[in-house]
Design a protein around this ligand. Structure first.
Ligand code: ADP
Length: 266
């Protein structure tokens, strides 16, 4: 099973004076079980691409096929695609509007006509590291990290096979970020297909996700994480990526074919 994006072009307000080209010639195949890192500076087209993947936007030019269902096919119920591709949006807690954590978590599955059992709910809470006592709390009384975990739980509640995390750690402190990456790691181990949009490449070294980099609305790199880093400082700079000290060290270790641990022994 997979998500296949073929020759995708996307233009906002096409044919009007406000026409704006957001994506050009995108070809991308996400195979079940993979983890991808989607990179590109602001305005490069990442959000437009994500929204095309789960049928929030429908392409007029090119196609997006999720597990064999084409988003632009009039005979396809778009909900069947949307419940399979969950998106944890940037600052998802800004969209909370219900009085309890329980209601927030159950809102999306209810919309998809999915009922979850008490055991499934408890399992989801466990995955995101929250205790059942949280269910009766007001979402707005939680810490930033807890709110983010409730938002993740609300997506897990409809059990999507593919999950997109748009800047999942933005605005969180070190511990909050660590917890989110741990949840993502566990979801990966549980077999979920994961796409992460983030500027925190450092935090992803241990995941070694595949990388899709978009520049000027087109793909400028698609491939393995190590090959992306091995492009080197100059090439990455051309893609508006500056290597942190940690990534420079990682680059050194790859270039010299030694592990990071070994590198620190010198
Ligand atoms: P990113 O998520 O990488 O910041 P976006 O997909 O939001 O990129 O934007 C890609 C391009 O599409 C930008 O030039 C942006 O101005 C334009 N764009 C995004 N959303 C809209 C919209 N609703 N109407 C018109 N243009 C848009």
């Amino acid at each position: 099973m997979s998500i296949e994006i073929r020759d995708l072009n996307y233009t906002y307000a096409e044919g009007t004076p406000f026409e704006s080209i957001a994506l050009k010639n995108i070809n991308w195949k996400i195979i079940e079980g993979e983890m991808w890192l989607l990179l590109g500076k602001t305005g490069s087209g990442k959000t437009t691409l994500i929204q095309n993947i789960n049928g929030l936007l429908i392409p007029k030019n090119g196609e997006v096929i999720v597990d064999g269902l084409k988003t632009s096919d009039k005979n396809v119920n778009i909900k069947d695609i949307r419940k399979n591709v969950g998106i944890v949006f940037q600052y998802p807690e800004n969209q909370f509007f219900l009085p309890t954590v329980l209601e927030e978590i159950l809102y999306a599955p209810k919309n998809f006509g999915i009922e979850i059992s008490k055991n499934e709910l408890l399992e989801i809470l466990k995955i995101v590291g929250l205790t059942p006592e949280f269910l009766t709390r007001n979402p707005f009384s939680l810490s930033g990290g807890e709110m983010r975990r409730v938002a993740i739980a609300s997506v897990l509640a409809y059990n999507p096979k593919y999950i997109v995390f748009d800047e999942p750690t933005v605005g969180l402190d070190y511990n909050g970020r660590k917890k989110i990456w741990q949840i993502i790691e566990n979801l990966r181990k549980a077999g979920k297909t994961i796409i992460i949009v983030t500027h925190w490449i450092d935090d992803l070294i241990s995941f070694k996700p595949k990388v899709l980099h978009i520049q000027n609305r087109e793909i400028s790199f698609k491939g393995e994480f190590n090959d992306f880093i091995m492009l080197g400082e100059e090439e990455l700079k051309k893609r508006s990526i500056s290597l942190s000290e940690k990534l420079k060290l990682y680059y050194c270790s790859l270039k010299n074919n030694i592990t990071l641990e070994k590198l620190f022994q010198y």
